[in-house]
Design a binder for this molecule. Sequence first.
Ligand code: SF4
Ligand code: F3S
Length: 103
Amino acid sequence: PIDPNFEQNREKVDEENGVAVWGPVDPPEEQGIHGTHVAVDYDICIADGACLEDCPVDVFTWVDTPDHPTSELKVEPTHEDQCIDCMLCVDVCPVDAIDVDPG
Ligand code: SF4
Ligand code: F3S
């Protein structure tokens, strides 16, 4: 599962579409955690899509991650600022790739 303490344990190494990227990153195999309030561990995500389908405020968008070992699509929390902390995405992800911090 995603490390809920990633902000302490990782460094912010980049930003994509306004979304923070927490390393280490070494593409294509290692893509890091994307997002802060709503965080997706790209190295765990298998592109199940339940999070994107269930989110009531459309926080997520698909992005391509060619040649990543677990899946070649990931969900970016592009609109994480709209999150209402319902926790549906956390509950439905089959591989626990998402952390939402209501703080
Ligand atoms: Fe969307 Fe709810 Fe997940 Fe926030 S917690 S990203 S509102 S499904
Ligand atoms: Fe990925 Fe889990 Fe969503 S596998 S697409 S973060 S439901």
